[in-house]
Design a protein around this ligand. Sequence first.
Ligand code: 6LW
Length: 503
Amino acid sequence: MKSDPLRPVDTVTNPVIPGFHPDPSVCRVGDDYYLVCSSFEYFPGVPVFHSRDLVNWTQIGNALDRPSQLWLPRDMPSSAGIYAPTLRHHDGWFWLIVTNVGDGGNMLFTATDPAGPWSDPIRLPGVPGIDPDLAWDEDGVCWVTVAGVSQLRIDPHSGEALGEPHRLWSGTPGAKAPEAPHLYRVGDHWYLLIAEGGTERGHGVSVARGPGPSGPFEPCPANPILTHRGTDHPVQNTGHADLVQAPDGSWWMVLLGVRPGGGTPGWHVLGRETFLAPVEWVDGWPVVGALSPEIPAPPWPLGPAPLPPARDDFDRAELAPCWISVRERPERLCTTRERSGWLTLHADGPSPDEPGPVFVGRRQQHLACTVRTLVDPAEGRGGLAVRLDESHHYEIEATAAEVTVSARIGPLRTVVATAPAPAGPVVLGVEITPHPPEGPRTGPDLLALGFEAPDGTFTPLGTLDGRYLSTEVAGGFTGRVIGMYAAEGTVHFDWFDYTPLDG
Ligand code: 6LW
């Protein structure tokens, strides 16, 4: 349970943004904080969040919400697309720098309102690599720093590179993948914060400081300033951090982490989530406070906890910002304007495995939850899917004649069970619950997929082990997305209900 503004709190719960929200970048303007995350193969891309207390976040949009900003080719593999953004505010504008891996590389976007609209891309052909950071020095020079860690100056209005990239720092000797660089001017020093060790269990955060934005940089003697590698901490893979100073002068870190469930080695299914940790400055170096599911509450009043988008009746012309599709979502294939109060999906491929805009879902944000949707399959074939990527998903699907539970795990596809379909529109559902502790090799959760009989009772048709929809099995950088799909013809969805069963 997150903080309640009606009662004083002394701890708050992490993750502050649960579910597949990796590579967070945060900035503050006055009393308002804004945060963005990676989104990979999903459209719209780069979710944008707002908070006034760093604890309670509300999604206010997606920065890349039209094809001229975000082109995701249909053959783009999962976990390609939109990597690690950086969000900054400078000269009265919001600036977003991000990499589209697979189409276009690094690019800049601007906005006066982070809720949008954002500009079309300013392309950065001279900026190599991924994880671009954006910083301006006292003379107004704009520096882009990328994984590796390298740096160059650019003209942020034209995107022109002003010189060649030069190596800044390679991180801690022996640690792999120095990435996620961010530059900050704090007091007399410039600080370069990086992630290193790789985004899996070896992940960590390190820092160096120097006299200017291009160094030379001296590594912190206490590096890594944050890691959970080699521990049994319930939050693992901690890294890819960004720092922000609160109006009261205190410093805070947002970062990614995962919550593995089940026996050893543990499987995380929600992707890399956004966590919050306090930061103190000691002898001119940042020291990160304990990162755990409960952290000391910030010393300021906390706002209301935003309600998760529980039920959507699709009664608006535009879909809410939490809804994402695989690769693209043209109106001709996905609309709430065709049948009033329904979401209509027109299949554009022979099956959910094929690339194509046949899927619309929302991130699974809770380790236990119940999902229901009312589907009218009279004109086609479709249903409810729990998707990690195009090769790892479970679904319950309806036609006018029958209901089918099937599973795709890597190269394996199987029909788990079928049953005659109730007449007319049918309520399909999935119930996700922690796997009962039956021994050291249990998975993280169980997924019961089924449908409701006319009297409303839920009939599980197939119960599947959730470890096969985890990142440890499937790989990649995303997390589960639960949604609706059309595999053939036209399928209408009247409503979608997501009910968390844990805090
Ligand atoms: C991102 C890199 C990382 O570019 O994973 O966790 C990559 N860190 O910084 C994709 O999220």
